[in-house]
Structures are given as C-alpha cells and as structure tokens.
Design a protein around this ligand. Structure first.
Ligand SMILES: [Zn+2]
Length: 255
C-alpha cells in the first residue's frame, strides 16, 4: 500500500488524483473560527486545501471548550486570539498548505478584501448580520458560499452558488429583528451539532472545489439530533426573480 498523505482520499472515486490536485490549488475563507468554523478549518486543512484564511475577532473562553476543538485549557486567558491559535494548529496538522489567521471583526469594510482571492466562503459565524453580509459579498464577487447555522441540537446547511441556486435572501429576504430568534446563549448548544453541520458543509465545499457541482445538495439540509429528524428541503424553484440581492443587485448589507 502507498504511504502518501492523501492516498485514501484519492482512492475515493468522487475525487481521484485530479480532485486532490484541485483541492491543492484552492483557496477558502473560513469566516468565524469557533465551533463550526473550527471543525470546517480542520477538515479543509487535513483534506489538503491549498490556502486557508481563518478569520475571528475573539479570544478563547472556558465556555468554548466543550465544542470548539481547535482550543484547549491553556488558551483561555493566554491573551492569544482564536485566529492566531487556529492558524498555528492548522499548520501543525498540515505543513503543506498555507494558513493565514486574521484577528478582525468581519464587517462591510473588510469582507470584500477577505474574500477577494478565495474560491469559496465558509460560514462559521454565529450571527445573522454577518451571514447576510457574506451573502452580499458572495453574490457581488460571484463566489460560492456555504451557509451553516446551528443551535442546540439542530442545524441547517445550504450551499449557495450565485447565479445558479437561490441565495440567502431569496429564501429569507431580511434578518429577523434582534432578540426574536433563539441564540446559543439562550438555547445552548451541544458539541455534536456544529461537528455535523461542519461535516456536511465541508463535503459540499469539496464537491464545489473539485468541480462536482452536479452533486451538491439541491437546497437546504436541516437536522435535529435530539428529535432525530433529517430533512432535505429541495429549492429548485426557490430562486426569487425579485430577490433584492441576487436578482436586483442591491447589496444592502455591504453598504
Ligand atoms: Zn437571491
């Protein structure tokens, strides 16, 4: 048996050596490096995605450790940021790729720069405002992004390819007012939830980056690990001709 880093991944018929090479040429922005983003970045780094940029403004806290796998007990209070620590650990997992950690709050003033040279944007954020911003940036730049949201034991994942699939605003034209939706602060969260959401999201990322876009989830995957429900909501006809973002080209969250 060969003993090269990716041989079993290349053995997988969906990828092959060509798919592996495509991953190596790819650049991905992971927006947010908490629980979901940390799992995403880990899977992407280990898969051999050539360039990763992980962005997060926070420092690790003790209350993160039950679900945020890139951090350990030495991190809270160390003064080091999540992006800095994540980049260091990801480089240790795979020295053959480039990893950049950026400690900044993602906002309208920096998202186009952060995403400009990426082939794909991963949503590891924990708030709606940033997701609408990612959606605006992705549609404006014509880059795919993978929406991913978790709370409690439930999660949603949806790949969005501008021009081809519905965007976030085709489905939900505007964010819910603050305080209406539950958050992980009010409803809690268990570790498996972001792990599963990230696993589904990174699978979609691998499909897109290797050109297997005919394989992507057609719509939204929705799961609840506590009530044991797994649903695929097809959205073939979900593209809205009057969508302010992808149809009318209005980028309300970027401006
Ligand atoms: Zn749209």
């Amino acid at each position: 048996m060969p003993d090269t880093r990716y041989w079993k991944q290349e053995k997988f018929a969906g990828l092959g050596p060509g798919g592996q090479a495509a991953l190596g040429r790819s650049a991905v922005l992971v927006a947010g490096c908490g629980a979901t983003g940390g799992h995403m970045a880990t899977l992407l780094a280990r898969a051999g995605v050539g360039r990763l940029r992980v962005v997060d403004r926070d420092v690790p806290e003790l209350g993160n450790l039950h679900r945020q796998v890139l951090y350990d007990e030495s991190d809270p209070g160390s003064g080091r940021t999540k992006a800095e620590l994540a980049a260091e650990r990801l480089r240790r997992m795979n020295s053959g790729i480039e990893v950049q950690g950026v400690t900044v709050e993602i906002g309208p003033d920096n998202i186009l720069d952060l995403a400009g040279d990426a082939d794909l944007i991963m949503d590891g954020t924990d708030n709606q405002e940033t997701r609408y911003l990612l959606n605006d940036a992705a549609v404006k730049l014509g880059k795919p992004w993978i929406y991913s949201g978790v709370i409690g034991a439930a999660g949603n994942v949806m790949p969005i390819i501008p021009g081809r699939t519905p965007c976030l605003r085709c489905l939900f034209p505007r964010p819910a007012p603050p305080g209406v939706l539950p958050t992980c602060e009010t409803a809690g969260i268990i570790g498996p939830t972001p792990a599963l959401a990230a696993a589904i999201a990174v699978t979609e990322a691998i499909k897109i980056l290797t050109g297997a876009t005919d394989r992507i989830i057609d719509g939204l995957i929705s799961f609840d690990l506590w009530s044991n429900t797994f649903q695929a909501v097809a959205l073939r006809s979900g593209k809205d001709d009057r969508c302010p973002c992808c149809a009318l080209g209005r980028f309300d969250f970027l401006s």
